[in-house]
Write a protein that binds this ligand. Structure first.
Ligand code: ATP
Length: 186
């Protein structure tokens, strides 16, 4: 088996949900990684401007992911001023790590060439794709990557935000996230 690598799973996490948890649990159990860094985007430049505050999303990410083996939630993208570009995070992490795999949902995989400094990113990382209903895991030409097996979870933060304070939230959010999310919604 190859040397275990560093995994990077970035997101807006507004809020973090059970689809994210399933993806991280599958990545953690895959045997590919010695550690997985979860970065919460400070200024998610590809998303709408009305996301919840970075501090609130960071607190929700800790509540959602801290118990998953190998996973470490990081505030590095929040501390860095300006838009949260993955390439900057990758460069920062590669200072102390020799190999890094970007963990992404299949919905993002085919759009990687649209990311900031896509060509540089392509040269620095391999891509670990987790399945997402409605998206096939296709990498653009010349990107290196592989799939992580998991049972797909049909869930998005957009859907959860549309629910507001619904009592069904517990079906979709890790327990510790619910009070933080409800407070943020209120
Ligand atoms: P939104 O609905 O606001 O766009 P989202 O649910 O896609 O949010 P993000 O925080 O944007 O969540 O996603 C972070 C990462 O998690 C991305 O790589 C995304 O593809 C992945 N992801 C999100 N939901 C799922 C899911 N249900 N299954 C697998 N991966 C997921």
């Amino acid at each position: 088996m190859n040397v275990r690598r560093l995994g990077l799973f970035g997101g807006t996490f507004d809020p973090p949900h059970l689809g994210h948890v399933a993806a991280l649990e599958a990545a953690s159990a895959s045997g590919h990684f010695e550690k997985i860094i979860v970065t919460v985007a400070g200024d998610p430049y590809l998303k709408s401007p009305d996301v919840h505050s970075a501090d609130r999303r960071l607190a929700m990410a800790h509540a959602a992911f801290d118990d998953i083996p190998l996973v470490e939630v990081s505030d590095m993208e929040i501390l860095r001023p300006g838009p949260s570009y993955t390439i900057d995070t990758v460069r920062e992490l590669l200072v102390n790590n020799s190999a890094l795999d970007l963990i992404v949902g299949a919905d993002l995989a085919s759009h990687l060439n649209e990311w900031h400094e896509a060509e540089a990113l392509r040269e620095l990382v391999e891509v670990a794709m987790v399945p997402r209903p409605g998206s096939s895991a296709n990498l653009p030409a010349r990107w290196r990557g592989y799939e992580i097996t998991m049972r797909p979870v049909d869930l998005s933060s957009t859907f959860i935000r549309s629910m507001g304070n619904d009592s069904n939230l517990k079906k979709f959010l890790p327990t510790g996230v619910i009070p933080l999310f409800v407070k943020a919604e209120g």
